[in-house]
Design a protein around this ligand. Structure first.
Ligand SMILES: C[S@@+](CC[C@H](N)C(=O)[O-])C[C@H]1O[C@@H](n2cnc3c(N)ncnc32)[C@H](O)[C@@H]1O
Ligand code: SF4
Length: 460
């Protein structure tokens, strides 16, 4: 379905992506303590480990070369001697969690999900990656229905990486493609010919990976309708199982961000960026991909799509997942843990993270403990982002701000984006591109304190 221009224009405001609620800038850091967070982690572990298992997000921050559009936490180096120290720190951090949990439960953690993100996981040698995964399982069991995935950089993923990770249980890989146009690649300082992506894509298929995803970004410098269409048509030749189509998040105010390597005047203007988004949506639709939540597209036969149809989709800091674990532990520099009733973020500074781990300290820098109201709002936002529907007929799903929330939704209702009853909201097909805006109506913390400075990137 084609989205009318005037709606795309109207709802293109700055807003969160809701991988958590409250969103990070609204965490109440003054009320947070590492001790209380760890207590919440233990409580959630005790009730969820046996039936849901535990998810691990592991941040591997190194990259050999800086892409000037990148908003991820990364450290650029060509010195691979850094690998061993970092892997040792990750395993030590995991051991800290394992020892703590063992004091309160007889069960070993059952790992259901692992995601290796970055930076560039494939910066690390296959031997180090194997040592990392095997090290985790020295103190944990493999859960039924496990899903292990990693982000591979097409320029440095080797057959040995793919085989080593396959051998320890990985079946999903996502490749950072971004854009195939030579001028765009030069501007973002990422020279990556189609042949590189084709090679690693086919190698993964050959080894037996069952889900290959490609990340594309729209809104990059020098992109045009024709260049993005060409990138998408090239992508179609490899027929990935999933696609991420990210809106370029231009956040140059973030410290240490390298997003100054190109002229801002080279970025597509607002209307062009919106047209790029619509182009992508239409082409993916023609190619047989279905939009899953936001940013993600999958074939109808893909498990993420099936999870969406069966109302099993979940969302956390890793994005959309089909495994709903209430305990997600983030290991590594800047990683965020979500223990359902609390969030914690590790030190964002690599040297600080390593120093704290090596001094036997928890590397946690900040966090938030969810109030009863936060838990209800979070459930509504999850329902909207994952099920396109939420309901407050049950007393347990009501909060005192409901009248204000409904008032904020009214305009979107008249614009034909959603259906409102006195106890529920259903997002219509036409409202799908605007689920972040719809979720934002429930974000009582954001409305209570409008930011003085820019916190979020634009919706599109
Ligand atoms: C950690 S990278 C993927 C792995 C590897 N480092 C690579 O570049 O191939 C994660 C993905 O985030 C996306 N990304 C990074 N910076 C972004 C930005 N500023 N706006 C939108 N997406 C971005 C890119 O699509 C990128 O592939
Ligand atoms: S896009 Fe990937 S490779 Fe490039 S700097 Fe960011 S994390 Fe590193």
């Amino acid at each position: 379905m084609k989205t009318p221009h005037h709606l795309v224009e109207k709802y293109n405001v700055a807003g969160p992506r809701y991988t958590s609620y409250p969103t990070v800038p609204y965490w109440q850091e003054a009320d947070f303590s590492t001790l209380a967070y760890l207590k919440n982690a233990i409580d959630t572990f005790k009730i969820s480990n046996a039936n849901q298992g535990v998810s691990l997000y592991i941040h591997l921050p190194y990259c050999e070369s800086l892409c000037t559009f990148c908003a991820c936490n990364r450290r650029i180096t060509r010195k691979h001697s850094v690998e061993a120290r970092y892997i040792a720190a990750l395993l030590k951090e995991w051991r800290m969690y394992v020892d703590l949990l063992a004091q309160h439960s007889d069960e070993p953690p059952r790992i259901r999900e692992i995601h290796l993100g970055g930076g560039t996981p494939t910066f690390f040698s296959p031997e180090h990656l194997t040592a990392l995964i095997e090290g985790l399982f020295k103190h944990a069991e493999r859960a039924e229905g496990r899903e292990f995935s990693f982000e591979g950089h097409p320029n440095n993923t080797t057959r040995e990486h793919l085989q080593a990770l396959f051998d320890v249980g990985f079946r999903r890989v996502s490749y950072g493609v971004q854009d195939y146009d030579a001028k765009v690649q030069a501007a973002i300082h990422r020279i990556q010919p189609f042949e590189h992506v084709q090679r690693v894509h086919e190698m993964a298929r050959d080894i037996g990976y069952t889900s290959i995803s490609h990340d594309l970004v729209f809104g990059l410098p020098h992109q045009t309708i024709a260049s993005v269409e060409a990138t998408i048509r090239k992508t179609a030749e490899l027929a990935p199982d999933r696609l991420a189509f990210y809106s370029y998040a231009h956040v140059p105010w973030i410290k240490g961000n390298g997003q100054r390597g190109f002229d801002e005047a080279d970025l597509p203007s607002g209307p062009v960026k919106r047209a790029l988004y619509e182009l992508g949506k239409d082409l993916f639709d023609d190619m047989g991909y279905v939009e899953v939540g936001m940013d993600h597209f999958a074939r109808t036969t893909d498990s993420l799509c099936i999870a969406m149809r069966e109302a099993r989709l979940h969302r956390n800091f890793m994005g959309y997942t089909e495994t709903n674990t209430q305990l997600m532990i983030g290991l590594g520099v800047s990683s965020i843990s979500d223990v359902w009733s609390g969030f914690a973020q590790n030190d964002k500074d690599l040297d600080g993270y390593l120093a704290r781990i090596e001094a036997d300290e928890w590397p946690i820098q900040r966090g938030h403990l969810l109030t009863d109201e936060d838990l209800i709002v979070r459930q509504h936002i999850l329902n909207i982002m994952c099920r396109m529907h939420t309901d407050w007929s049950d007393e347990a799903m009501r909060i005192s701000e409901l009248p204000e929330i409904v008032a904020r939704l009214e305009e979107m209702r008249t614009d034909g984006l959603l259906v409102l009853t006195d106890h529920s909201l259903t997002v219509l097909e036409s409202g799908r591109p605007f689920i972040r805006n719809i979720a934002m109506a429930f974000d009582v913390r954001l409305w209570a304190k409008q930011p003085e400075t820019r916190l979020f990137s634009m919706m599109i």
